[in-house]
Design a protein around this ligand. Sequence first.
Ligand SMILES: [Zn+2]
Ligand SMILES: [Zn+2]
Length: 427
Amino acid sequence: MPTQTHLPTKQELVGLRREFHAFPEPGWREYWTTVRIVEELERLGVDQIHVGDEALDSDKRLGVPDEQELSAWYERAAARTDRTDILEQIAGGHTGAVAVVERGDGPTVGLRVDIDALPIPESSDKGHKPATEGFRSGNEGYMHACGHDAHVTLGLGTLQAVIESDFSGTFKVFFQPSEELLGGGKAMASGPHIDDVDYLIGAHVGLDHPTGTVVGGLDEALAFARFDVTFTGESAHAGLAPNQGRNAVHALVDATSNIYGIPRHREGATRVNVGELRSDNAANVVASEATATVEVRGESDELMEYMRDSVHRHVDAAAAAHDCEADISLIGESLREDSDEALVDLVAETAKDVDGVSSVRRRDRLGASEDATFLMRAVKENGGKATYIGIGGSNPTGHHTPTFDIDEDCLPIGVTLLSNATLDLLS
Ligand SMILES: [Zn+2]
Ligand SMILES: [Zn+2]
């Protein structure tokens, strides 16, 4: 293994993590986050820094918010930075970045980290460390409640450790936007930087594992799809001429009820949920429009597709029954992809020699959905290998809750593990 000459200090890593924690931005709105990532990449002397259209396939982005929402977050970011040169390149929801470091012949290793936050108001409780130590969310109503602030830090810290080491080959870090919406993975996997990746490592902190635990491969992510569904009918007076209306609410309610009645599949687990049912309408008006968001999951891509096709069928049938039109648009998607044995081995072996690691598990179930699977699939289809690893962080409460936090001791552990594994592959 090449000698590793420089690891960032815990203090440096904690400083970065707290800075990102204090300014959480949700999917496709990570403007300031992307600017700060690029600034750090410049400081580290990264050879190539790609943002905007050059980082991912913009046409494959899913669930991009409307222009008004995007510009509100753009302005908020613009008030915090003078780097309008970077902001202009990522305007319109083209957030995220890819860093590339080339050092002669050798394999290409990729590290994928996600960078987005959630629409969750952060706790102000005394027991919540970000509140008591002054780095609670400055974007009220939004929060890094899944640890992606730590992921950005791991990406930058690992780059710093690798870039200052002796190696031969190419190292790429994918700072992926919009994981929580499952909207960014497909776009990044379809972008111009994945095809030559021989080994890909994705990582998640926490997941109820104590600090010191490393999982070599998190498997069994549920394949996932989310849609916006819109029924369009025709309004009419509910008392005077109900027969002249075409009732979009009735179509939506029928579809919802039937979607929950989709039979379970004999070959494995499936999930379905209908949320955000909406129709801005008065009680004396036959509703002309009704919308909902629907999500389906499956233990395999095929099981998810079974659920997705069933949802489509029920939506179309309800529209036909009520003489309405239905529109279904995909706004989030992920796959099922498991970790490769060779990389699980490498991570597990590497972890044994990392200071602070007290428990190494080869594999565990992820259970949730995760769009790093798109990048894993792309690498595997090109003959490469991929794994999605867990780095314990003693989260005091569950992911996506207002008191979520991570134990910052997991940052130096994660950086040492990821940089040692990377340098092993690049030797
Ligand atoms: Zn999450
Ligand atoms: Zn997450």
